[in-house]
Design a protein around this ligand. Structure first.
Ligand SMILES: Nc1ncnc2c1ncn2[C@@H]1O[C@H](COP(=O)(O)OP(=O)(O)OP(=O)(O)O)[C@@H](O)[C@H]1O
Ligand SMILES: [Mg+2]
Length: 269
């Protein structure tokens, strides 16, 4: 379980996260949709400890992170960073190392896995993302989609409780996007807990068939109505997010057609 309670995050005077409440259960896929600069990346970075926050709590399994800076938080963060992986738009593979080494590096050096165990696991993961044939090449000889699939294998190698994806396909061409989305859909179907910021509605649509929480920005609700807001769709926000789709295959109408219990609201702005 990942549970965020009343998370507030400010950059100087600019309040980016205004009391975010979010629960992602085991095996659940949470898709964060929202317009630019509403704080989606900030939220992901806050969850895995790359950013501090000003108030509220984040619970990841048994670990509780509070806003208070100090040795306790640092101890908790070290665990969180190991058990919550993050996949960015840019893949950040290590150029001098071959694909296999990119995947084995952290398990060997951080998890202290024996080299042969890490190599066997990495080969399995590369096979899972369709990249085993490229295990001996350097990242620069791969397409963007292939590099992103290696980056996903690298994250999986840490055996994460959850993976946070921040627009993993937004730097990719349509074919590479399809390859990466296929890998992500397989992970979702296998029960991998994920929080995904994406504009790739084809992924969102596929995961609807699995189990998803859809989040969209909206005003912080009045506390008396919070329960209601946390369990029902926000038609106005969603409609604003998909303004006037002309040849829309997927959009607000599809979201609205989902069973109500599959929606949850992301309270920012
Ligand atoms: N390190 C920082 N210092 C100051 N302000 C920041 C910092 N990081 C983000 N912001 C501000 O926080 C707001 C939210 O940014 P964020 O990147 O989280 O939005 P986003 O929803 O991910 O946007 P996009 O959809 O464009 O990726 C923006 O106004 C941004 O300028
Ligand atoms: Mg972003």
């Amino acid at each position: 379980m990942i549970e965020l309670t009343s998370i507030v995050k400010r950059y100087q005077q600019h309040e980016v996260l205004r009391g975010v409440n979010l629960k992602v259960a085991d095996g659940e896929v949470c898709v964060l949709l929202g317009p630019s600069v509403d704080g989606k990346s900030t939220l992901l970075r806050t969850i895995n400890g790359l950013e501090t926050f000003d108030s509220g709590t984040i619970r990841i399994g048994d670990i509780m992170l509070s806003a208070t800076v100090g040795p306790e938080r640092e101890k908790a963060l070290a665990i969180v960073r190991q058990c919550v992986g993050i996949v960015f738009q840019q893949f950040n593979l290590f150029p001098p190392r071959i694909v296999l080494q990119n995947v084995t590096e952290a398990p060997i050096h951080v998890l202290k896995q024996p080299r042969d165990v890490a190599i066997a696991a990495a080969r399995n993961l590369l096979d899972r993302v369709g990249m085993l044939a490229k295990q001996d090449v350097r990242p620069r000889s791969l397409s963007g989609g292939q590099q992103q699939r290696v980056a996903i294998a690298r994250t999986l190698a840490m055996n994460p409780e959850a993976i946070l994806f921040d627009e993993p396909t937004s730097a990719l061409d349509p074919r590479s996007t399809a390859e990466v989305i296929s890998v992500m859909t397989d992970l979702a179907a296998a029960g991998q807990r994920m929080i995904v910021v994406t504009h790739a509605m084809s992924f969102a649509k596929k995961t609807w068939l699995i189990r998803s929480t859809f989040c969209t920005p909206g005003p912080l609700p009045n506390p008396a109505r919070r329960h209601r807001y946390s369990t029902i769709p926000r038609p106005k926000s969603l409609a604003a997010f998909f303004p006037k789709p002309r040849r829309r295959k997927v959009g607000f109408a599809d979201l609205a057609a989902l069973p109500v219990h599959k929606h949850r609201c992301f309270n920012t702005l």
